[in-house]
Each structure stands twice: as structure tokens, then as C-alpha cells.
Design a protein around this ligand. Sequence first.
Ligand SMILES: Cc1cc2nc3c(=O)[nH]c(=O)nc-3n(C[C@H](O)[C@H](O)[C@H](O)COP(=O)(O)O)c2cc1C
Length: 193
Amino acid sequence: MQLSPHKRENVLPLPVVLISTVSKAGIRNAAPWGNITPILRPLDEIVLASWLRRDTLDNIRETGEFVVNVPPAAMVEEVMVCARNFPSEVDEFEEAGLIPRPSTAVAPPGIEGSIAWMECRLVEEITREKYALVIGKVVRLEVNDRYATAEGNMDLDAARPLCMVCDDNRIRFTYPVDAGRFALYSEMFIRKS
Ligand SMILES: Cc1cc2nc3c(=O)[nH]c(=O)nc-3n(C[C@H](O)[C@H](O)[C@H](O)COP(=O)(O)O)c2cc1C
């Protein structure tokens, strides 16, 4: 079955994160984000795509800082409250009942109960006609001990990180399960002749 090219998210599962920011006036904001990815392992930058009219983008432009919170699937109702289009003067932590978690390296708080927190500083914004790509440097990364093994790896069964697959009219929320196959990094570094 051939699909319209704009339905890429119907066939490509995405992570769902909550991006927390604070405006210059001190208003706390949190918004769900699917278009976000680390830029190549083992570097420390991430990139996210934002429509131009977003309080999140305004706040990142104003302050240069944001936190990428990785929510467990159990937080999906809070995620959906944050998806609503609140006016910029509304504190979305209060609206969604989010408990702020003081950050160490940046001003915006993280969200308590998340699986992990990436404290980020803006590196560069690439502005296109309809959207912006925001490149951020992760300056501090912490995983919630509750969802981590002793080695600091994610305990997938306990964490159930929220992901999404789009249908035509709906977002289907999901989470990954272990496929039972591990690969060494060395398997990926076959020398090109
Ligand atoms: C699961 C999910 C993923 C989303 N991903 C994005 C995204 O990648 N980029 C974007 O601009 N908006 C995305 N949105 C929409 C914003 O979260 C939504 O418009 C939100 O109200 C923006 O809040 P803000 O204006 O406070 O930043 C997503 C919404 C949901 C529910």
C-alpha cells in the first residue's frame, strides 16, 4: 500500500518527551515533543523540530536553556494536558500537576517522576519557512535510579518509556519491548576499504 509522503510518522515510531522551559518572565512551561533525536553516538548534541508558534521555542530563544524529560508511559495523562494550547502566561506545571525537580546546570526545572533528565543549552537554531530546528548541547544527563540498573542502563520493563505511532486521526501511545538481541558496538564499525 502506498501512502502519502507526509504520513512518515505513521510508519516511523517516535519517542515522546516533555520539554520544560521557563520564560523570561519566569513562567514554567512543559510540552510534549516527538520530533527529537540525539545527533550521532557518542556526541552530546540533540536536535528537535518545532513549529514556529510554540511557547517552548520562544522560551528557548529567550533563555537558551531547556530540559528534555523522558516520561514513563504512566505519565501519558500529564503529557496530554501539556499538549493543550495554553496561553503563554499560564504555568503548565500547575495545570498538569507536574512536580518540579530543580536542575543543576540550567534554570528550567525538570519534571519529577521522569525516567531521565537532559539539561540542555541552545547551540544553534536553523530557521526555515514553517519550522525551526533547535540544536542543543546536553550539559547534564541524569537517569532516575528507580528506572536504572546498577550499571546505569535503562530498566526497560520498569521504565516503559513513552513512544508514539501516528494513525490517520490519532496518536497511538506505546512503549518498547526488548527484542532479545544484543549487538556490540564493534559490530557497527566495519572498516570501509
Ligand atoms: C505526542 C506529541 C508530540 C508532539 N511533538 C511535537 C513536535 O515534535 N514539535 C512541535 O512543534 N510540536 C509537537 N507537539 C505539539 C505541542 O506539544 C503542542 O502544540 C503544545 O501545546 C506546545 O506547547 P507550547 O506552546 O507550550 O510550547 C506534540 C504533541 C504531542 C501530543
